[in-house]
Ligand binder design. Structure first.
Ligand SMILES: NC(=O)c1ccc[n+]([C@@H]2O[C@H](COP(=O)([O-])OP(=O)(O)OC[C@H]3O[C@@H](n4cnc5c(N)ncnc54)[C@H](O)[C@@H]3O)[C@@H](O)[C@H]2O)c1
Length: 441
């Protein structure tokens, strides 16, 4: 289909292609009974329940137990998985079960390390939600735990398994963008929910929630439902906008550009302008990253809804991902005589230059892509990158071949978030010291 493209360059036409989901996601793909993977979910809050619902689309897996610190979430998890599976507050009971091959860990970020390290030691493979780590130290402890126990770990930035990102990777790797020196991404929202001001359920109390278990690895304090349900706002449990949202942008950028390393340096700016509810983090943050081959500019703003675009600016074209749509717009780089700077020349010299230019360029050079024609690729209605990402994890559990977003990839993306916060809070350029595995100012 060809249409005049709103999002592409003015006057351009665009070719739209509907992407075919790969067999990875094929919900109808048969899996032998002997290959069935039994899993349990640890942390069945908002994300845990989403993951359980999406797991119903993945063939050859079965949820056998769920775990959460808040009792009403046992019920929510059973509703999501459409089965009255056993539920507990204590994740160690899950790890002790011999019928559990793998665990999906969707607990608050400060608990990732504890649960993942214990799960690996218990011989379970792990799907761990993003960002992998709460601190740099946590990330390396988790990598060590996975390697020591020879486990499969996939981090939960699901877009890395999206067909849209696969197409972006193909375009990037083809060289159609030319050389890419600048990549930008943003994640902007404008609502209380977007700013993590989540409602507190009416039955929330110290009786229904294991508050002390939630505080493991964090400073002790009296029960505070806001901290339990809006933990992203507090540095004891979350990493603010960088950990929550930059991590998706960084994971996507790393995947598409074939980068599996931490940026060398980061500089941040921002501020807390509007959501002054006692939170520790800014509601606007912008970070500039120095990678060896390109620079990356990221922004999160909770004061204007702008979606989550990622843009790759190449010498031959621009590629933008926005939601489930990818647009590639070539730049017209066919050779042409330079006319602007010759405006200050007398007509006879201009004529002479143009004649010489024409003689030196008898034919226009062929273009890789037809100039002025944008290409738009879109995922079909109902496509779930979350189910695709889980399918990839469970396939890795069967084949023992690591997924792309494994512990090393996830650790690198998370360190990018820690760099952004370090630069913001320390008011310094954050430098990554890879040998010492630490951030320096
Ligand atoms: N990939 C994505 O797009 C995406 C989206 C949302 C959240 N997440 C991630 O998922 C994780 C959970 O986020 P959420 O929004 O569901 O938070 P949430 O607060 O809704 O749920 C977290 C749950 O974890 C439970 N929990 C905490 N520590 C526990 C422990 N030791 N044992 C058992 N349960 C424990 C809590 O009781 C809570 O119910 C976070 O790491 C978050 O960053 C990822």
């Amino acid at each position: 289909m060809r249409i005049g493209a709103g999002s592409a360059a003015a006057g351009a036409v665009a070719k739209i292609t509907l992407l075919e989901p790969s067999s990875m996601w094929g919900a109808d793909r048969a899996v032998a009974a002997s290959d069935r993977v039994r899993f349990a979910a640890i942390g069945t809050g908002t994300r845990g329940c989403q993951l359980l619902e999406a797991s119903l689309l993945v063939p050859g897996i079965e949820c056998v137990a769920v775990c959460d610190l808040y009792d009403s979430r046992h019920e929510a998890a059973q509703e999501s998985v459409q089965k009255k599976v056993p539920a507990t507050r204590n994740y160690r009971e899950i790890l002790d079960r011999n019928d559990v091959d793998a665990v999906i860990v969707a607990v608050a970020d400060h608990q990732h390390r504890r649960v993942v390290v214990d799960a690996c030691a218990a011989g379970k493979d792990v799907y761990c939600e993003k960002p992998m780590s709460h601190t740099v130290e946590d990330g390396f402890a988790m990598v060590d735990a996975v390697h020591k126990a020879n486990r499969i770990l996939e981090v939960g930035s699901q877009r890395v398994s999206s067909i849209v990102y696969e197409k972006a990777l193909e375009i990037y790797a083809s060289g159609a963008l030319g050389e890419v020196f600048f990549i930008e991404g943003s994640s902007d929202r404008n609502s209380p929910g977007g700013a993590w001001v989540y409602p507190i359920p009416p039955d929330a109390s110290e009786q229904t929630i294991d508050w002390n278990a939630f505080l493991e690895g964090a400073p002790k304090r009296p029960f505070d439902a806001a901290r339990f349900f809006r933990w992203r706002c507090y540095s004891d449990y979350g990493e603010g906008l960088a950990g929550d949202l930059f991590v998706h942008l960084l994971s996507g950028i790393h995947f598409i550009s074939g980068t599996n390393e931490v940026a060398k340096r980061a500089q941040s700016s921002g501020g807390l302008f509007r959501w002054k509810d006692g939170r520790d983090f800014p509601d606007l943050i912008e970070t500039l990253y120095d990678y060896p081959k390109f620079r990356v500019a990221l922004r999160c703003n909770l004061n204007n809804a702008g979606g989550e675009p990622i843009r790759f600016h190449g010498t031959k074209g621009t590629m933008e991902i926005n939601g489930q749509t990818l647009t590639f717009t070539p730049q017209n780089v066919s050779p042409k005589p330079e006319t602007y700077s010759t405006l200050g020349w007398p007509a006879r010299l201009r004529k002479q230059y143009l004649a010489q230019w024409k003689a030196e360029h008898p034919e226009p050079a062929p273009l890789d892509y037809e100039a002025n024609e944008a290409m738009i690729f879109s995922a079909p209605e109902g496509y779930s990158d979350l189910a695709a990402h889980q399918a990839r994890f469970f396939d890795a559990v069967r084949t023992r071949k690591p997924t792309v977003e494994n512990e090393v990839f996830g650790n690198h993306a998370a360190i990018g978030c820690h760099l952004a916060n370090y630069a913001y809070f320390e008011n310094k350029i954050a430098t990554w010291d890879a040998a010492a595995k630490t951030i320096r100012g």
